[in-house]
Write a protein that binds this ligand. Structure first.
Ligand code: ATP
Length: 866
């Protein structure tokens, strides 16, 4: 039963809290969240690891027990490392989901609050407008032209009309049962469906898993999250590498056995080598770096909704951005007014005879007022375009309140960015007047008269031309122009009220460009990315602002909505290359713009806020919704949300996308060349009939010391300085493109070769097998730890980059060095790992063989880059 009080004021915060305790949160539960234990156990969910455990146990029973225990400990430490990585990813992804959760406008304690939808409870009253997603099940208690898209539940794409009035009928007892059913259907709304049109108050009566959506959610619990294309490719690459590794390890094992080595020892060696060399963590590290990148982007105000988008971001070649609020500050101030045949500069002079224009711009205005506030700025809430108009006329709240008093709005047609106009019918006493405001050319084409110095005159062709010239001049001064008009007679509500109007005048507002946008535009250009402005504003206003931001320099680079309409898709594709500004466009044009750019081979990022922008956002490669001004529908169609509606945030996100991709390449390069080095060391020794240069435990130790931490640290490496001076990469480009395979193969082979040479040097100097193996172990580890620094840059040598700018990497390398030194110099560990303490001279051999290739390679790169 609904209390009258609740209907108007909403719940009190206290009552809401009580109900949340009683009924729970308004959220759909996910069963498939991985628990910590599950993640830990999944680390052992790998066939090769089980073979290693089995082999270790067997060798432990029949052979060296200490070896077996050590191997098991190493396996557990490895699992812990893997667990830490995966657990962090899981946690940060969960945190992101929380942030991406939708908000809603709810009445609490008699005032409007924006809250996270999960805190909605039964009895809450929510305000719903076009573009909003209904946050829980309930019914409309007030509505004006509400149409809801319920296709999510019904599959029926036709919008459903909802009417709150039905609710009142529903409450009266005189209606028959049948009619009641009908009415319930017509005023109910369901979680997850979207309001396409209209406005209304909605009362919640079912939340969370109890909603219709909750029932469906129960059925679809176990759908997997989307993998990024790169992840998928790496998964399949991983499979190929596993097969190659197993074949090579098999050869090493079989040849060893054929040459009379101990069977269990050789088997253990083969399996250890497989464990060390198979890059099982590759796909996982990619997810980790994408997820870490996502949280870094969030710090810069870009909320990535889909992980794969991070990858695409780096390829962006065109950024289509809305103007108002994204490239500009959305802080409007009226600077000039055209009235009575001339321009008034607002700061310098007072307007004469402006009473009608004042009414048109203030009555025909959707601002909300709070007359309890003292300052006019605090009293006004609404679109800056509209608040600016009120600010121009009023400095005192009392004055404004008095002006609005007695003017009752009896009808309105709200502003929409396709019509670019808004109209109201106002009743003052007995008299009704229609006031219109909107884009000047749209208003002027509906005007037959003009009011000048209080006289109504015919709005002749000459006069219109004269006014148009003023508009051109005002627009060229970057002013956003809004015309006002009215009419008093022949008001037929809803039809043709916007005809035969009397023209009043024009207000021109300045909306300064965002300071940081200018730098961001420059950054785009250097990075080979085309910044494109899309706006509903006049072409001259758009051009003036675009020029000041350096987006374009001539009017040839501007295209209007009208021009788009006049040409075919094919012609648009032909012309689009040189266009930098699209002016006076409607949301529907955006879709054609995205398609044309895409057809021309571009990777397009497109911003949007309104419901009508959703199709273009969906069509683009990177759909970007506005966090502040965006509607739920656009947000849900998007792959990224700009929390601060700021253009420079897009550019920062693109940069971050490039950084992440580069880092993924860095650690793939590192991991694969290291693994290749390990496998080749053992393989070449077998081929050349040498003893095994490393024991199974040593192989696992190398894997632990160099594969784990340094690789993760590369994933958070700071970018190369010229990362935003490169052209965007092709979307289809393989991760191994631009010479990465060659780098891996050459460098990996050299690591293997040098390790083997160090081993042979030991034998040459007649050192015992343990010392030779220790030389090989140290050379392998040191070569990899040197190589990790080389992997930080693809274009520069280690002499050209600042080596120590990644503290994680320095830390990881230090830990690995300490680990190796401990294994060499702590007597207890020497026994376990079969190592000896190396002398200075022996270290020189290690340093020579691990450093020589890096040195030659760096000198080569240095000469090449000169
Ligand atoms: P974008 O945000 O894409 O840069 P925009 O916000 O400048 O575009 P619109 O909001 O569609 O574009 O505005 C287009 C034109 O409509 C403006 O130039 C102005 O003349 C007029 N206009 C804007 N807001 C209103 C309003 N609230 N009432 C009447 N007319 C308006």
């Amino acid at each position: 039963m609904i209390q009258e009080k609740e209907l108007t004021d909403g719940l009190t915060t206290k009552e809401a809290e009580k109900r949340i305790k009683e009924f729970g949160l308004n959220e759909l539960k996910h069963n498939n969240r991985a628990s910590a234990l599950k993640i830990f156990l999944s680390q052992f969910n790998d066939f090769i690891v089980w073979v290693l455990i089995a082999a270790t146990l067997i060798s432990g029973i029949i052979g060296d027990k200490a070896d077996a225990v050590t191997i098991l400990i190493i396996i557990v430490i490895n699992a812990i490392l893997g667990f830490i990585q995966e657990f962090r990813t899981e946690k940060s992804l969960e945190a992101l989901k929380e942030l991406a959760a939708p908000t809603c406008k709810v009445l609490r304690d008699s005032s409007l609050k924006i809250i996270n939808s999960i805190y909605l409870t039964i009895g809450d009253i929510v305000i719903l407008e076009a573009g909003d997603r209904i946050p829980a099940d309930g019914f409309f208690i007030e509505s004006s032209g509400i149409v809801v898209d319920e296709s999510l539940l019904t599959g029926e794409s036709v919008g459903v009309n909802k009417d709150a009035k039905q609710y009142k009928i529903n409450n009266s007892n005189s209606k028959s049962q049948n009619e009641k059913k009908q009415t319930i259907k017509n005023n109910t709304g369901f979680m997850g469906t979207t309001v396409v049109k209209g406005k209304g108050l909605f009362k919640i009566d079912c939340i969370g898993m109890k909603t219709e959506m909750g029932k469906i959610a129960e059925l679809i619990q176990n759908i997997e999250e989307e993998k990024s294309p790169l992840n998928k490719r790496l998964d399949s690459l991983g499979k190929i590498l596993v097969i190659i590794c197993i074949i090579i390890c098999g050869i090493v094992t079989i040849m060893g056995i054929m040459r009379g080595h101990d069977i269990t020892e050789m088997f253990l060696l083969g399996v250890s080598l497989a464990v060390a060399a198979i890059p099982e963590g590759l796909a996982a590290i990619v997810t980790v770096s994408l997820a870490l990148g996502v949280s870094r982007m969030l710090k810069k105000n870009a909320l990535v909704r889909k992980l794969p988008a991070v990858e695409t971001l780096g390829c962006t070649s065109v950024i289509c951005s809305d103007k108002t609020g994204t490239l500009t500050q959305n802080k409007m101030t009226v600077k000039e007014v055209y009235l009575n045949g001339r321009i008034y500069e607002i700061e310098k002079e007072r307007l004469n005879e402006e009473r009608k224009l004042k009414k048109a711009l203030v009555y025909c205005n959707d601002c909300n007022y709070d007359f309890t506030k003292k300052k006019i700025d605090e009293a006004l809430h609404g679109d800056p375009t509209e608040t600016a108009l009120i600010n121009m006329f009023f400095h005192e709240v009392k004055e404004l309140e008095a002006f609005l008093n007695g003017a009752n709005r009896v009808f309105d047609i709200p502003f929409d960015s396709t019509r670019k106009m808004m109209s109201v019918v106002i009743r003052e006493g007995e008299k009704e007047t229609c006031y219109v405001k909107g884009a000047p050319e749209r208003v002027i084409e509906r005007c037959d008269y003009i009011l000048e110095n209080n006289k109504i005159k015919p709005f002749t062709y000459q006069k219109k031309k004269q006014v148009a010239d003023f508009i051109t001049a005002m627009s060229s001064r970057a002013l956003r122009c809004i015309a006002g008009a009215y009419k008093e007679d022949n008001l037929i509500k809803g039809e043709r009220i916007e005809e035969n109007l009397i023209f009043l005048g024009i207000a021109g507002s300045i909306d300064p460009p965002r300071e940081e946008a200018r730098d961001a535009v420059l950054k785009c250009k250097l990075a080979g990315i085309k910044p494109v402005m899309i706006t509903g504003d006049h072409q001259n206003t758009a051009l003036a602002i675009a020029k000041s931001l350096n987006i374009c320099n001539t009017s040839e680079q501007v295209m209007t909505g009208e021009e788009i309409e006049a040409i075919s898709d094919l012609e648009l594709e032909g012309k689009i290359k040189k266009i930098r500004v699209f002016a006076r466009v409607s949301p529907s044009h955006k879709l054609r713009i995205v398609r044309a750019f895409k057809k021309k081979g571009n990777i397009v990022a497109m911003t949007g806020d309104g419901v009508n922008d959703a199709p273009a956002i969906k069509e683009s490669d990177i759909g970007i919704a506005m966090g502040i001004s965006g509607t739920d529908v656009t947000k849900e169609a998007s792959s990224m949300i700009l929390m601060d509606d700021n253009f420079s945030t897009i550019v920062a996100a693109v940069e971050e996308g490039r950084i992440i991709y580069d880092n993924i390449r860095k650690f793939i390069r590192y991991l694969l060349s290291c693994n290749l080095g390990e496998v080749l060391t053992m393989f070449l020794a077998t081929v050349f009939y040498l003893p095994n240069p490393l024991s199974p435990i040593q192989i696992l130790l190398v894997n632990l010391a160099t594969d784990g931490l340094p690789a993760i640290a590369l994933g958070v490496d700071p970018p190369e300085q010229d990362i935003m001076r490169q052209l965007p990469r092709e979307k289809k480009e393989s991760i191994f493109a631009r010479g990465l395979v060659e780098k891996i193969v050459i460098r990996g082979s050299l690591i293997g070769l040098c390790t083997l040479l160090a081993f042979m040097a030991g034998r040459y100097y007649k050192m015992n097998l343990e010392t030779c193996r220790t030389l090989a172990l140290c050379t392998l580890v040191m070569s990899q730890l040197i190589h990790v620094f080389e992997c930080r840059s693809e274009r520069h040598s280690i002499f050209q980059i600042k080596l120590f700018t990644n503290p994680y990497l320095v830390g990881a390398v230090m830990i690995s060095i300490i680990l190796i030194c401990a294994v060499l110099y702590v007597p207890f560990l020497q026994g376990i790992f079969h190592t000896v303490a190396l002398s200075i001279n022996q270290w020189l051999i290690v340093m020579f063989f691990s450093g020589i290739i890096a040195f030659i390679n760096s000198v080569y790169l240095l000469i090449k880059s000169k």
